[in-house]
Design a protein around this ligand. Structure first.
Ligand SMILES: Cc1cc2nc3c(=O)[nH]c(=O)nc-3n(C[C@H](O)[C@H](O)[C@H](O)COP(=O)(O)O)c2cc1C
Length: 196
């Protein structure tokens, strides 16, 4: 499986790092990484990671300005792309088809070739423009997956929240995950012979 991972300058770059780390553990996955200049800033601002440490997690790394990269062409077969985290700027660029850098072009190619495009947009609150762009992209087949907190699995750490989001992404590509499945209390009570 070949996957493109695009990291943009939204808060939450650690989600992308964790995703890359998990993908590296899966032998059958080849990762192609693009990091925008904005993401380089947030990596510096929000994490203690060295950019080269992150680059080493991927099989292929591209400069965001490298418009003649293999992933800029639909003839280069990939199974999908994940933009994580996805800024409102990159979201707007993909929604409008304005492919002025390699990340935007690769996402555009995924859409035109009807390949899976997963976007993890991060902003709070969302403006009408952000929501309109997300709707536009969902209508075009993209999967919109904001990093929403989860509670059913009673996470107690940020790492657990990040792990859950990464699991959700892996599951979209039928890759192995360690997600805690929701167990209906109703079913458990029925199994125990307790009536609600
Ligand atoms: C520390 C920091 C955090 C940011 N967080 C967000 C964010 O959560 N969402 C967002 O849309 N933009 C955020 N931005 C702004 C983007 O980085 C900026 O719009 C940038 O031009 C996006 O470019 P890119 O999409 O090519 O990475 C942040 C910027 C900085 C410096």
């Amino acid at each position: 499986m070949r996957l493109i991972v695009g990291m943009t300058g939204a808060s939450g770059v650690v989600i992308a790092v964790e995703l890359l780390r998990r993908l590296k553990e899966i032998d059958s996955v080849e990762t192609h990484l693009i990091i925008t200049a904005g993401a380089e800033l947030t990596i510096r601002d929000e994490t203690a990671f060295d950019i080269f440490e992150i680059r080493r997690l991927a099989d292929c790394v591209y400069d965001v300005k490298q418009m003649d990269a293999s992933i800029a062409s639909g003839s280069f077969l990939v199974d999908g792309m994940i933009v994580v985290p996805c800024t409102m700027k990159t979201l707007a660029g993909i929604a409008s088809g304005y492919s002025e850098n390699l990340l935007l072009r690769a996402a555009d190619v995924c859409l035109k070739e009807c390949r899976k495009l997963v976007l993890v947009p991060r902003e709070i609150p969302f403006s009408r423009i952000h929501l309109r762009n997300m709707k536009e992209l969902a209508d075009c087949g993209a999967i919109i997956m904001p990093p929403v907190m989860t509670f059913y699995n009673t996470p107690t750490t940020l790492a657990a929240q990040i792990n859950h989001i990464v699991n959700k992404i892996l599951r979209l590509f039928n890759l192995p995950d360690d997600m805690i499945e929701w167990q209906s209390k109703t079913i458990r009570n029925v199994e125990l012979g307790i009536r609600n």
